[in-house]
Design a protein around this ligand. Structure first.
Ligand code: ATP
Ligand code: MG
Length: 229
């Protein structure tokens, strides 16, 4: 696999509201150094997923800026920005079709390349466990997969794109221990050498993070390592 150039992310005094007079993020500033992993925790509705939406430029902050390797993301073509970010969302988008189609989406990647990347990252056990491997048919919205399995698929989907930044909104649903263990292993290899922002719900993620940011009502109220907090 080619070398991954990791990136630095900076949120600088970012304020945002979906609607007027309803601030969701308030003067939010933080930095994710190259290759480091930041976990964001906070109560439901505190604005965690909104941070990801702003980073992907689904919305724009009314105030402040977001920098990727020192460049304001507004100055980057969307295609470049989204090529650099590998995004795993809470609810993985699954379309009817086989696993290979779901992993590849619109990218020009052969089945052999998918398998090679997943193998090198150690992500293949899940794919191998499927009755027909990459040819396994999935139902629309992934009805025949558990929530944990959908996240595994999503992690593989991101891995084959080899992004410099991993952005993840962890599923809140609990997983069976074996899926959880597989996910943990897959994430460890995917996170290696990459910069990451993870909205964390699992203790394993929080413990492994270089820094934990605690968000409350759109404000950063605490920051530190698991041991410090
Ligand atoms: P959870 O832990 O439940 O996923 P969260 O911290 O990710 O919560 P966000 O999804 O960032 O929370 O939402 C923050 C606030 O913004 C919530 O009050 C939510 O209702 C509101 N919100 C989210 N999306 C929109 C939208 N598209 N339009 C208006 N308000 C929204
Ligand atoms: Mg959320």
């Amino acid at each position: 696999q080619e070398f991954v150039h990791a990136s630095e992310i900076i949120f600088e005094d970012v304020s945002f509201s979906y609607r007027q007079d309803e601030p969701i993020l308030r003067a939010l500033s933080f930095r994710v150094p190259i290759g480091k992993h930041v976990a964001i925790v906070g109560p439901t509705g505190s604005g965690k997923s909104t941070i990801i939406r702003l980073l992907c430029r689904l919305y724009e902050p009314q105030k402040g800026k977001i920098l990727l390797d020192g460049i304001d993301i507004r100055a980057l073509p969307l295609s470049v920005l989204r090529h650099r970010l590998g995004v795993v969302l809470q609810d993985t988008f699954i379309c009817s079709g086989n696993v290979a189609m779901n992993l590849r989406l619109n990218a020009q990647i052969t089945n052999a390349q998918i398998l090679k990347t997943c193998q090198s990252l150690g992500i293949s056990p899940f794919l191998n466990s499927l009755s027909k491997g990459l040819e396994t048919e999935l139902r629309e919205r992934g009805g025949n997969l558990s929530s944990g399995e959908r996240q595994l698929l999503s992690v593989a989907r991101v891995a084959i794109r080899n992004p410099s930044v991993l952005v993840m909104d962890e599923a809140t649903a609990s997983m069976d221990p074996s899926t959880e263990a597989t996910l943990q292993r897959d994430l460890e290899s995917l996170l290696d050498q990459r910069t990451a922002i993870v909205i964390a719900h699992r203790l394993a993620t929080i413990e492994a993070a270089d820094q934990i940011l605690v968000l409350k009502q759109g404000k950063l109220v605490e920051a530190g390592t698991h041991v410090e907090l």
